[in-house]
Design a protein around this ligand. Structure first.
Ligand SMILES: [Zn+2]
Ligand SMILES: [Zn+2]
Length: 202
């Protein structure tokens, strides 16, 4: 069974908007780097964006897991979706790609599109493109963390094993008592540090 959104047009629209908000700065960063022949700084900025996206995903996930409900302004839908996810974790693997991503894609487009339009600096564009891309795809990385090893694409399993995507075992701990650890869902690189310091405990 595949879970389909009740408004498929809106879902695809949100996803496309987010995808362009991510692809435009990445393209601008590459064109800018090619023109100036400076690649190292944009690549480091992209790496920083990847690392910070994981931290951002953890803080956001912790916030919507622990505060508010379906009636909360702006974040209500996300809060309901995440709280529902804890009751029925397996359903995330049956969601359509665009259905899983469109809410975050819309938020990303809202924040990143103005940067895309205003800024031509390859370093800032590399950071914005990678960071927002990872945040937008975090729900897909999360869905893969709920997947069965034998059914996941081999590349995904390899990236999970290498620690570049949040691992299945690390995220499984988020769904075990006391349900207050491993909130980061991009690479999971921040989870150990945040959990050891009880940074996101309440
Ligand atoms: Zn959660
Ligand atoms: Zn989960």
């Amino acid at each position: 069974m595949t879970l389909v959104c009740s408004q498929p047009g809106l879902t695809v629209h949100g996803w496309r908007l987010g995808a362009s908000a991510v692809l435009v700065p990445l393209a601008k960063a590459m064109v800018g780097a090619a023109h100036s022949h400076i690649w190292l700084e944009p690549m480091l900025a992209g790496y920083l964006g990847f690392i910070l996206a994981d931290l951002g995903s953890g803080i956001y996930h912790w916030g919507i897991d622990n505060y508010g409900d379906g009636s909360t302004p702006v974040f209500g839908n996300q809060i309901e979706a995440f709280q529902g996810h804890h009751k029925w974790p397996w359903t995330i693997t049956r969601r359509q790609f665009a259905n899983n991503l469109h809410a975050l894609a819309r938020a990303v487009a809202f924040v990143v599109l103005p940067i895309d339009l205003a800024c031509n600096d390859p370093v800032i564009n590399a950071f914005a493109g990678v960071c927002s891309g990872c945040i937008m795809f975090s729900q897909q990385f999360h869905a893969w963390a709920h997947g069965t090893k034998s059914k996941l694409p081999p590349l995904v399993v390899a990236l999970q094993d290498a620690g570049l995507l949040v691992s299945r075992s690390q995220h499984a701990a988020h769904h075990r008592e006391p349900y207050n650890s491993n909130y980061c869902i991009v690479s999971g690189v921040w989870n150990e540090l945040l959990d050891k310091n009880k940074f996101l405990r309440h």
